[in-house]
Design a protein. Structure first.
Length: 316
């Protein structure tokens, strides 16, 4: 058995058992992948994959165990490469940050310029997507870190650590009735008041939308949600043109920038949320990744991150 066979098995699983896609990703031929897998199964003396004719349909019971072992082996092989890079090219390399639009737009601009100043030879890439997609990117080592509010802490194989807490904000036009509330009344807006107006807010996978739905449902209120978006700027745009009131993440509202809108606190309605950063369990992190994590939150020192990685590795 050899590392090439391990790569073929791992990529076949990652590509939902599509040998053609696995071969394309590995820059080889589909028959070559199929042959290597069959030879590997013969060498092991067991079947890794369930088949229907020539098509692979899934993993066998022993295949699940083999897949876990292969993942650990390939993780350590990748770690060896990263150790080599760390000592040969300490301040050079690449850094892929998987993040939601909110993090790319409102949080990372406070961090990346300082990071680039310290590590000018590190190529930084942002990969935006939904929280489940970001989690998969880190698990498949297509990204070094992921930043999101949802999903990460519940994903096996990831070490997720808190970065900051936030609450929702209601945004309305200055001529909206809610904008005329006194300061104390604005802080006590009720769900019933919100439900009187059309609502523009996030898609179900983003920025605490699940909590918004749960709170309304728990109070037996059916809000009139007229538009969903993944981007707070889009939500604010449609509020500005009079489509409805908006519910967005608090960090996405800035009175100096959003002068045409009024922001009202909604933490008393929808609670406090935690945005987290995640890395893959058991992974070797370059020094500059530790620096990035501490820039995101001073509490994320190297010792804290290492402890989180070790803890997650034991529970996987």
């Amino acid at each position: 058995m050899n590392l090439q066979q391990f790569r073929f098995v791992r990529e076949t699983i990652r590509r939902n058992f599509n040998l053609t896609e696995a071969a394309r990703t590995l820059y080889t031929s589909q028959p070559g992948v199929s042959k290597a897998i069959i030879e590997f199964e013969d060498e092991l003396g067991l079947k890794i994959f369930e088949r229907h004719g020539k098509r692979i349909k899934g993993l066998t019971k022993p295949g699940h165990v083999v897949a876990q072992v292969i993942d650990r082996i390939m993780r350590e092989v990748d770690n060896l490469k990263k150790v080599s890079d760390e000592f040969a090219r300490r301040d050079e390399g690449g850094l892929v940050i998987a993040c939601t639009h909110a993090q790319a737009r409102y949080i990372l601009p406070k961090v990346i310029p300082a990071f680039r100043e310290r590590f000018p030879k590190v190529r930084v890439s942002l990969a935006e997507g939904s929280p489940p997609h970001l989690a998969r990117m880190v698990l498949h080592e297509q990204a070094d870190v992921a930043i999101a509010t949802e999903t990460l802490v519940h994903t096996p194989g990831l070490a997720a650590m808190p970065v900051y807490s936030w609450e929702h904000t209601i945004v309305v036009r200055p001529d909206h009735p809610l904008a005329e509330l006194t300061s104390s009344a604005a802080k006590a807006i009720s769900l019933e008041q919100l439900a009187q107006y059309p609502i523009v807010t996030y898609d179900h996978a983003f920025s605490g939308r699940g909590t918004i739905d749960e709170v309304f449902a728990a109070n037996d209120i059916r809000p009139d949600i007229v538009l969903e978006a993944i981007d707070a700027d889009v939500i604010k745009t449609y509020v500005d043109v009079g489509l409805g009131i908006g519910i967005i993440a608090g960090m996405a509202f800035d009175p100096r920038r959003d002068k045409g809108l009024v922001g009202l606190p909604a933490g008393h309605l929808f609670g406090t949320h935690v945005t987290r950063v995640a890395v893959k369990s058991g992974i070797f992190l370059r020094d500059y990744v530790y620096v990035l994590l501490e820039m995101l939150s001073p509490a994320l020192t190297r010792d804290v991150v290492l402890e989180a990685i070790e803890k997650s590795s034991k529970t996987d």
